[in-house]
Design a protein around this ligand. Structure first.
Ligand code: GTP
Ligand code: GTP
Ligand code: MG
Ligand code: MG
Lengths: 293, 274
């Protein structure tokens, strides 16, 4: 574990008051290794280490009796500072109706998260409506209908004639405005951030539906690609939050750091399983410990 | 720096970044670079070093050869496994189409009896490839559906049985037990049982742990790496080859049924370093 590795690297420094460059570098190499093994993007890791180094030298960590503990403390502080100092739930401010738009790459967990959000809102005494614009994936509507039925949540019906995703989105909004529902959770087709046409469609969709929340639903196991992924989605549609799914696995989740760094957007919720109730508010300090392993 | 001639002082850093950013992982990257460093001649230029690195990557991938040609010669049952959302169902039908193209009779078993819309999704995709599907009754267990599918497989004299399974995290013991049970049911048919692990190229180091756990639980012949049509490089397959000797058989490069490529180590290595 990182704590032990730092202890090892700085063992000979302790209590001697003698700072050897080699020891300091060894310690930073261990921190870098921990971050990279946790899937933090290598550029984000580099920038992060610079900040830690500055703080560590400024606080004269390497002159302390327990430099390893001090250094680890600074790493933790910096991680929490980056991940956000406090938990942040959805911000559905202002008068209803509200629209929550879910976006992300294929298989990240959007449809499942849509159902989870519906339950989450119901528990807050809100009246959510679900809808999907995914006309591509086979049985996408059936998947959402099945999930919604178990929760007693209504899904905006597609009707007989095949429509485009944009038309469906507009229809759902029009329906929302004259309905008794206060929130629309809109699920979309998975798309590669590299797919220009689909990213353009997303921009148009956002313009037409004016969502209060645009949530990137991202897989906690995502690797280095997380930086480009989050950056591209954010640049295109302006994210208001991130939902990190499959956190019930053992992925360290360093992608959270990369995505936060490049977008500045908070991770609001995490998916912790396949059931509708498996949605929790994101806790930065827990994530920091998880990333460091 | 320039490509030819004297090695830039930071050549190792540059190569390390290229490998790390491709999700090769810290340990595998450093093993590769250490080995590269040992082989370097005094006079090597950067272009030469890059070429050597590429050769090394190809060698790692070829060390566990993917006998993709003869894969489907025998009558067999093949389980398609992997974590949630990795692309199993889509890949399975792509594979069915590929095998049918070789003149084999393929049967699909819809053994994801858990997820909403899973069976319908498979049926619609299978319909597009004109591949028959055996699905169970509601509430039937995956093993029971598999058992029925094996019956049909035998009765109809089919060549290849491809089994769709529910996505599962390797950390969930009861789900791993379910997979082991499915393997036993498949083996009881008397046909050889193969297992293909579907990995999403956008995953990081956790894919290596997935491979370790799934191989330990039910074994695997090889990997299918999906979503390679994005910007992710799937470099974790190097670490998987080095540690587990597991080869990559196919690449998934899109959502349509033709989007399945035979894995080629050289073009893969080239793309990884580009
Ligand atoms: N273990 C676990 N599985 C999850 C979680 N969230 C979603 N899943 C599973 O991940 C798989 C993919 O989920 P979907 O909701 O279909 O993903 P999607 O983003 O809508 O997929 P596309 O629409 O094809 O892009 C399913 O098997 C889900 O049950 C989670 O938090 N934990
Ligand atoms: N771009 C791209 N998308 C893919 C590829 N393979 C699968 N997908 C998409 O990824 C999403 C998930 O695919 P599925 O086949 O449902 O994945 P799965 O592993 O069966 O999911 P679960 O059964 O829920 O665990 C779908 O939207 C697919 O269209 C690929 O090679 N490239
Ligand atoms: Mg979906
Ligand atoms: Mg599936």
């Amino acid at each position: 574990r990182l704590q032990e590795r730092l202890n090892e690297a700085l063992r000979t420094l302790k209590g001697t008051g003698v700072i050897k460059e080699g020891h300091i570098e060894a310690a930073f190499r261990e921190i870098r290794r921990a971050l990279l093994e946790a899937d933090v993007h290598f550029q984000v890791a580099r920038a992060f280490l610079e900040r830690v180094r500055e703080k560590a030298l400024g606080q004269r960590v390497f002159e302390s009796l327990t430099p390893d503990q001090h250094l680890l403390m600074i790493v933790h502080e910096e991680l929490k500072a980056l991940l956000g100092t406090e938990a942040q739930d959805l911000a559905l401010k202002g008068a209803p109706p509200h629209v929550i738009l879910l976006v992300g790459v294929q298989g990240s967990g959007k449809t499942t998260t849509a159902a989870k959000l519906a339950l989450h809102l119901k528990r807050k005494r809100l009246e959510p409506l679900l809808a999907t614009t995914d006309v591509k994936r086979p049985a996408a509507l059936e998947q959402l209908l099945t999930l919604a039925k178990a929760l007693n949540v209504h899904v905006y019906p597609w009707g007989k004639r095949p429509k485009s995703p944009l038309a469906l989105a507009e229809e759902a909004i029009d329906f929302l405005r004259t309905s008794r529902y206060d929130t629309l959770i809109l699920d979309t087709q998975g798309r590669l951030h590299a797919d220009e046409a689909l990213m353009k469609e997303l921009v148009q969709m956002k313009q037409r539906i004016q969502p209060k929340e645009v949530l990137l639903v991202a897989d906690a196991m995502t690797g280095q690609d997380a930086l480009k992924l989050a950056g591209t989605f954010h640049e295109a549609v302006g994210l208001t939050g991130i939902v990190l799914t499959k956190m019930d696995g053992d992925a360290r989740g360093g992608c959270a750091l990369s995505m936060r760094e490049i977008t500045g957007v908070p991770i609001k919720l995490i998916g912790t399983g396949e059931r509708p109730s498996d949605l929790e508010v994101f806790h930065p300090e827990r994530m920091a410990s998880r990333i460091l392993g | 720096w320039t490509g030819k001639g004297q090695l830039p002082l930071d050549w190792k850093e540059k190569l390390e970044e290229a490998l790390l950013s491709a999700d090769v992982g810290y340990r595998a990257t450093h093993e590769i670079l250490a080995s590269l460093g040992r082989q370097l001649a005094q006079s090597a230029g950067f272009e030469e070093v890059q070429a050597m690195l590429m050769q090394q990557i190809v060698a790692i991938l070829k060390a566990s050869p993917a006998n993709t040609e003869g894969l489907w010669d025998e009558r067999q049952a093949c389980l398609i496994i992997g974590v949630n959302g990795s692309g199993k169902t889509t890949t399975l039908v792509k594979l069915a189409r590929h095998i049918q193209g070789k003149g084999k009779k393929v049967l699909l078993a819809a053994c994801d009896t858990f997820r909403a819309g899973a069976v319908s999704q498979l049926e619609i995709l299978a319909g597009r490839a004109a591949v028959p599907v055996v699905k169970g009754e509601p509430k039937q267990s995956p093993s029971a559906v598999l058992y029925d599918a094996i019956r049909v497989f035998e009765a109809q004299g089919m060549d290849t049985l491809l089994v769709d399974t529910a996505g599962r995290l390797h950390t969930k013991a009861p789900l791993i037990e379910e997979l082991k049970k499915m393997r036993r049911v498949a083996e009881s048919s008397g046909f050889p049982v193969r297992v293909l692990l579907v990995l999403d190229a956008t995953q990081g180091q956790n894919a290596l742990e997935q491979a370790r756990q799934f191989v330990q639980a039910v074994g695997a012949q090889g990997v299918i790496l999906t979503k390679m049509d994005g910007t992710a490089k799937g470099g974790i397959v190097l670490a998987i080859a080095m540690e587990l000797g597991l080869p990559v058989y196919f690449l998934g490069v899109g959502e349509d049924l033709e989007d399945l490529l035979l894995f080629d180590p050289s073009s893969y290595a080239e793309a990884l370093l580009s």
